[in-house]
Design a protein around this ligand. Structure first.
Ligand code: GRG
Length: 306
């Protein structure tokens, strides 16, 4: 990774962290005037614990980079709302995914999962509250037309509900102890992981006034990097370490999950990553030089080590 891109990634991450810190503090301070605010302090703490514990901020970075591919001058604060919104949605999904009823994990981003650090009911409610905060941030998005705000809400709702992430998670849970065909595995990942990645790109595009053709190009790019993200995740589960990953290494094998390396081998999975990157690069060729960050992000997604 070249130095300039490493600095760009760090800057996007810091920008998203600051936005998340500010927006989550803001809702707490709006509530703090209430007589019984001490009763719900634990809920806010659990939300902030899950939100501000060192994620890579890939989805916020995709929001910033897709807007930059279209209109680098579009409202900075609007993009911060959108970036924070997608990350709140993502954090909620991780909190719920780690619960005993789902993956029952103890470690997330190198720290005890939310239900381990707090308790199960608090984790469920913190996830619920992050979910709704995501939509509030979009509805309040400054500097955009109301039609754009509605499009943002629709994009995030469609990507995260039954025909997106939740649907993918449901298929994943239903497939436990089954050996699905590669097409079904692909569909499951396209919904579970890919939908939110595509939404992040589309939402950056909506804020930057993308036309239908440009949204389609972002969508195609998102399909390829979304799948690449998952293939890399499967490889890291084998090749990474618990310490660097911040979550239990080998959990796919331990849980008998069907994975790309399981189907294609590690070499075959690496070849697939390269193919997916080439397809992704072609998809954003229409944006010319302005898609440089999206191109670099594609490379980062297939070469990251956690
Ligand atoms: C509970 C409704 C519901 C959905 C859960 C996203 C998800 C659906 C589950 C996460 C399971 C998982 C490990 C999926 C693989 C890809 C993925 C989303 C990894 C985590 O995202 P990163 O790597 O995490 O961006 P950080 O911590 O960097 O934010």
């Amino acid at each position: 990774m070249n130095q300039a891109f490493a600095e760009y990634l760090a800057a996007c991450r810091q920008r998203a962290d600051l936005a998340l810190d500010r927006f989550s503090k803001q809702i707490h301070s709006e509530y703090s005037g209430h007589k019984d605010d001490s009763l719900s302090r634990r809920l806010y703490e659990a939300m902030r614990y899950s939100l501000l514990n060192g994620g890579k901020r890939v989805r916020p970075t995709l929001v910033y980079a897709s807007a930059e591919a279209l209109d680098p001058g579009c409202s900075e604060l609007a993009l911060d709302h959108i970036a924070a919104s997608v990350e709140c949605l993502h954090s909620y999904s991780l909190v719920h995914d780690d619960l005993p009823a789902m993956d029952d994990d103890d470690l997330r981003r190198g720290q005890p999962t939310c239900h381990r650090a707090y308790d199960e009911a608090t984790a469920i409610l913190a996830g619920d509250a992050l979910h709704t905060l995501a939509f509030e941030l979009l509805a309040d998005c400054p500097g955009l037309e109301s039609s754009q705000r509605i499009s943002l809400v629709k994009a995030l709702a469609a990507a995260s509900g039954a025909r997106g992430m939740v649907g993918g998670q449901f298929i994943d849970l239903s497939l436990e102890h089954h050996q699905p065909a590669i097409e079904l595995l692909q569909t499951m990942h396209s919904l579970k992981t890919g939908a939110l990645i595509r939404a992040a790109l589309r939402m950056g595009g909506i804020a930057a006034n993308a036309n239908g053709e440009q949204l389609q190009a972002l969508d195609r790019y998102g399909n390829f990097i979304g799948l690449a993200f998952q293939v890399k995740d499967d490889l890291l589960d084998i090749e990474g370490s618990t310490e660097v990953l911040g979550k239990q290494q080998g959990s796919d094998i331990n849980n008998s999950k069907m994975t790309y390396p399981g189907l294609l081998g590690q070499g075959g999975s690496r070849d697939l990553l390269e193919q997916l990157l080439q397809e992704a690069l072609m998809a954003v060729a229409v944006f010319g030089d302005k898609a440089e960050r999206l191109r670099q992000l594609g490379g980062y997604i297939i070469s990251r080590n956690y």
